[in-house]
Design a protein around this ligand. Structure first.
Ligand code: ZN
Length: 176
């Protein structure tokens, strides 16, 4: 798929206009678009595997209908990932450039927990689902305070989120 088509499709899942970064003003736009075109299938395939790993922690009747995609998100919104509850199926978008690959699975689990509870917010119901997921996936326990839950899986913020999408040495998948 051509990158601009892909990004525009992703825009359809955004919670606000401008949330998906189209790089209109970025001088590296051709480089970034080329990199996305060549690498997004592999990244999305991996995220899909992580989603299946989350599903496997629950019986089929408790698995929320979900799709998942990697996409660069505008830094203006300050989010690494989110779940769109109103799309059919629900949609998780993740800016994998903003989070170290080591934490991608935890981030998918975080958004999966929101989808399972069916709303944003880091309350007791969210905590129960996320803790269950972490046990099943072999991830560190997220704790139970709202602050701990909100920033799970943690990790240091990536200094230059766009470095990943430019295809610099930072652009590596987990385990590479
Ligand atoms: Zn959250």
């Amino acid at each position: 798929m051509v990158t601009i088509d892909y990004l525009q499709q992703m825009q359809g899942y955004a919670l606000a206009p401008g949330m998906v970064n189209l790089f209109e003003l970025d001088p590296d736009r051709p480089l970034i678009f080329d990199w996305i075109q060549h690498h997004i299938p592999k990244i999305n395939h991996l995220l899909q595997q992580y989603l299946q790993d989350c599903h496997a922690c629950f019986p089929p009747t408790e698995q929320p209908p979900l799709q998942i995609f990697a996409v660069p998100l505008s830094p203006y919104f300050g989010v690494d990932a989110f779940c769109n509850f109103s799309s059919q199926p629900m949609t998780i978008l993740i800016d994998v450039g903003r989070v170290e690959p080591h934490y991608w699975l935890g981030l998918v689990a975080h958004e999966y927990a929101h989808a399972q509870v069916g709303k944003p917010g880091h309350d007791r119901a969210f905590a129960e689902v996320l803790n269950h997921l972490c046990l099943g996936l072999g991830l560190p326990c997220p704790g139970n305070t709202e602050a701990q839950l909100k920033c799970y899986p943690g990790g240091l913020p990536v200094v230059d989120a766009l470095a990943f999408w430019r295809g610099t040495p930072a652009s590596r998948l987990p385990g590479q």
